[in-house]
Structure formats: C-alpha cells, structure tokens
Design a protein around this ligand. Structure first.
Ligand code: ADP
Ligand code: GLC
Length: 480
C-alpha cells in the first residue's frame, strides 16, 4: 500500500475549536486514516484557541498581503494532529465562535476570512510548501469551498480534490461585487462556476470544481439530489451524481468510551450496564429531576435550531409527561427555543430539566445517564449524538431522515424478533409521529429485558472510524 498525503481543510477541529459535528470529524478522521497508510495534515484558521495550543510552531511561509493584512503558515502538532495553521490576525484574532461576532451575527468579513482559507489551501495544494505537497486536497463544507475554484482558475498544478458536504443548509453566499477582490476571474462567474442566483456561493464552487463530492451518509447523498433536500443545489448534484457518494461518519471511540469516561460518576460497559443507574441518579441530581429508577428519562444534546426539530419536542412535551417520563436537555443556539425550554422546565420542576450553553461534560453525562436519546431532526446529514448514544447504552429515538436512517435499526416487530433492534425511528417528521414514537418507546421500556437487549445491540454496533476511514482511503486513491 503506497502512502498518500492529504491536506484536510476545515474551519473547526476538535478539541481546539468546535461548534458541531464537523469539528469531531475533522479531529478524528486523521488518526483513523493513518491506519490506512494515509498522512493527513489539517489546515485550520489561526483563531486564538488554535494558536494557544501550539507549542513551537515552525514558520513555513509568509503572505505579504492576504485579503488586507499579513499572514503566515505555521506547522505544528497539537492534540495529536499535524496542523498547518493560517495565522492571519486581521481575519482570525477574535475569541469566541469561529463564525459569529459577539452580537450573534456573522462576522461581516466572513467572505474574506474563508476565501483566505480556500486560497491558502489551493496554494499548498499546488506545491507552495516543498516537502508538504499533498496528493489530495479535501475541503470540508462551504468554509473551504473556494479551494477547488482557486485551483481551477489559478493556473496552478492540481492535486485531486474532494469536497465534503456536512450540511447543505450552510452555503456561504456573498455579494457578486466581491468577485474581483476575492481574486476570482470574471469567467468564473457563470452558472457552471461560482455564480448562484446572482451571488457567489462558496459551497457551490466546491461542488462544481471538486473531482469528487462526498457527504456524510448514503441516505443524505440521495436526499440532497432531490428538490426537497437539495436546498437549491440539487440540480448541480444530479448533474454530477456520478461523483457523489455518502460515507457515514464515525465517532472517536477514545473520546466516547463509557468504560473510561472521566465525566461519568460510574463508568460502565455492556457487561456492567447496572452501573448506569448511578449515572442516571447523578444526572437527575444535576438537573433537579425527581429520583425514581423506574421512570423513563429522555435526553437531548443538541444545537437548538430549526434543523433539529426541537420545536416538535416542545409541542410533544404534554405527551411525554402523560407517559410519566422525564427530560434532560442540553442545548445551545436559538434564543426563542431556549426560552421555551426554560419555561417548560420552570413549569414542570422535577420532570423537565434544561441546561443551556456548550457543555462537553454534561453532554457525556446525558449520554451515560439517560435511558433514551431524542433526535427529532427535520433533516440530518449524519448526526453524531445518536452514535454516541449507541455506544453509551442510551436508546436512540430518531427521525427517519439522513444519517439517522442509516445508523439506527428501528424496533419494529421483525427487528425485535430477530434481536437486532437498536432504537426507534419515526416518519414523517411531525409532532404527531414524534408523540407516537415517545409512546412506542415507553412501551418498549416496560419490557426491561427487551430494553437491555436493545442497549447491548447498540453498544455492539460498529460506530468507530475504522470502517469509514477505509472508504475515504479508497476514494483518495481513486479506487471508488
Ligand atoms: P451538528 O453538527 O449538526 O450540530 P452532530 O450530531 O453531527 O450535529 O454533532 C454535534 C456534536 O456537538 C456532538 O459531538 C455533540 O455531542 C455536540 N454538541 C451539540 N450540542 C452540544 C452542547 N450544547 N454542548 C456540548 N456538546 C454539544
Ligand atoms: C453537520 C451535520 C451533522 C453531521 C456533522 C458532521 O453539522 O448537521 O448531521 O453529523 O455535520 O458531519
């Protein structure tokens, strides 16, 4: 097996900067690919949190002027990753979210911030750094979307390129007037180029010019080629469907390991599921929920956004309470949803507990302590929390969309009889069907022996990165 060099280009990477699953993927895939003989370097913006983590960075290159200021490329190892950091203080020296200003809106210069990322990636891809010339450049989401466009129009030597869609809802669309200042020629501004309804779309640029397009589950790969799921890009994706594929995400099994999880009061494995009870009790104590081992405890760990369908859960809360169940929710995002869950928790103390913000520890405690994890998403490219739930013996209750379809085996009669069920799916995604799924979960909970079986099935499911990494390796090597 010949070795291969990949430059992965991402706007967030766990554990340095994370707003969602993209960071988890960018952070975990390189180690899994190493097993496949593939060396990955990850190009990330030099946010303060990234620069703080670098020990002795090596200066690789200086850009005299990169979109309005000096910038440099640094090489360093941090958190087990080989990083190339784009240090451009005028673009990235801002604490907090990588995308949003303190007022909660996008940074006004996001067009320049992520054009710089794509431009640097393209330059590295075409041999800027001797000794670090990748065979493949892998651009994640819209933030890295211009990479293949710069390679296409820059007259540069071209490595193979892969663009991965983690979420087609975020497309990076900016005013057409920026074209020249972004260093893109006018001939790029066509329907077969970066133009999108009179504007510039970074994601479209990536999808148009990458050699291969992937997304993060087989079902989502089909959904985005439909009018309903493509969010305006389905036509392009249908035209290029011969290069589109879906590779399921995994989770980092060292970060998500219930037997060695320091966030848990009581680590456990499939042979010691009884130890979960102590985690459930600790979680209830933390959220002020009444203690009763027989009561079914649902958990949620999620961004609060329309995508995640939690407004449906709000509407279904009376049903959840009717079944005598409890809810432990951790969420961050939309202020209106947050206010509604805060009100619900205040109205039902002991039954509904909610914590707002980004809290890694509590995320682990919910996975290790709740009985069933709810993911009622309207669309879900892959979803990682249901994979964590499988590994932690929390039975996933999920909408039958995207990667949730591909990762959970519904407890229908046949699956139960065959002993292979791992969770509950519902469709279509509506309050009514979610309520029905809550009822079905309560019925399953009533048979504790069958419930245990589902937990164990889930814990045995292969949710690691080894299998998906093999698919990426084949893709990089041009074998699929
Ligand atoms: P998305 O990327 O769409 O938000 P995923 O399920 O792919 O959804 O990934 C979400 C990741 O972020 C998971 O690792 C999950 O544990 C984590 N996460 C989501 N919300 C929170 C939160 N409020 N606090 C801590 N971790 C969170
Ligand atoms: C996006 C999607 C999520 C996916 C993650 C990682 O944030 O919303 O479904 O798991 O990217 O690929």
């Amino acid at each position: 097996m010949s070795s291969l060099e990949v430059l992965s280009v991402a706007s967030e990477v766990y554990p340095l900067v994370k707003t969602g699953g993209l960071a988890d993927v960018a952070g975990a895939l390189p180690a899994a690919l190493r097993q496949e003989g593939i060396t990955v370097r990850t190009l990330v913006p030099g946010y303060p949190a990234v620069l703080d983590a670098l020990d002795v960075p090596e200066r690789l290159h200086e850009f005299g002027d990169l979109f309005g200021g000096e910038a440099r490329l640094l090489a360093a190892r941090a958190a087990g990753l080989d990083l190339v950091v784009l240090d451009a203080p005028h673009l990235y020296a801002r604490r907090g979210s990588p995308y949003l200003a303190p007022d909660g809106r996008d940074w006004p210069d996001n067009a320049q911030r992520f054009a710089a990322l794509g431009y640097a990636a393209a330059r590295i891809g075409s041999g800027l750094l001797p000794g670090l010339v990748p065979d493949v450049v892998h651009a994640h989401d819209w933030q890295a979307g211009l990479t293949p466009a710069y390679l296409r129009f820059g007259g540069m030597a071209r490595p193979r390129t892969v663009a991965t869609i983690h979420n087609i809802a975020f497309q990076g669309v900016f005013p057409a007037g920026l074209l020249a200042s972004l260093g893109l020629p006018s001939e790029s501004f066509t329907i077969d180029g970066v133009e999108y309804h009179g504007q510039i779309s970074y994601l479209k640029a990536g999808l148009q010019f990458a050699d291969r397009i992937t997304t993060v589950s087989p079902t989502y790969a089909l959904e985005i080629q439909t009018r309903e799921g493509g969010m305006g890009l389905d036509g392009l994706l249908r035209t290029r469907s011969h290069v589109v594929s879906g590779i399921l995400n995994g989770i980092d099994e060292t970060v998500w390991d219930p037997a060695r999880d320091e966030h848990l009061a009581s680590p456990f494995d499939a042979q010691s599921l009884d130890r979960r009870a102590a985690n459930k009790a600790a979680l209830r104590a933390r959220l002020g929920l009444a203690q009763d081992p027989r009561t079914l405890l649902f958990g949620v760990v999620s961004r609060l956004s329309g995508q995640k369908g939690l407004d449906l859960l709000l509407e279904a809360l009376p049903v959840l309470r009717e079944f005598g169940a409890q809810l432990a929710l951790l969420g961050s995002g939309d202020p209106d949803l947050e206010a509604s869950f805060r009100d619900a928790a205040a109205a039902h103390p002991g039954r509904i507990g909610a914590v707002f913000g980004f809290d890694e520890t509590l995320a682990h405690q919910i996975q290790g302590g709740c009985d069933a994890l709810l993911v009622p998403s309207r669309f879900e490219p892959c979803g990682l929390t249901q994979l964590c739930a499988l590994r932690y013996g929390a039975v996933p209750v999920v909408a039958r969309v995207g990667g949730l379809t591909d990762t959970i085996i519904d407890a229908n009669e046949m699956a139960l009889a065959a002993g292979v069920a791992t969770g509950v799916q519902f469709a279509p995604v509506s309050t009514l069907m979610l309520a029905a799924a809550l009822g079905r979960t309560a019925e399953l909970w009533a048979d504790q022996e069958a419930w245990r079986r589902m937990q164990r099935n889930g814990m045995m499911a292969d949710v690691g990165w080894a299998r998906p990494a093999r698919h990426y390796a084949e893709l990089y090597r041009g074998k699929t």
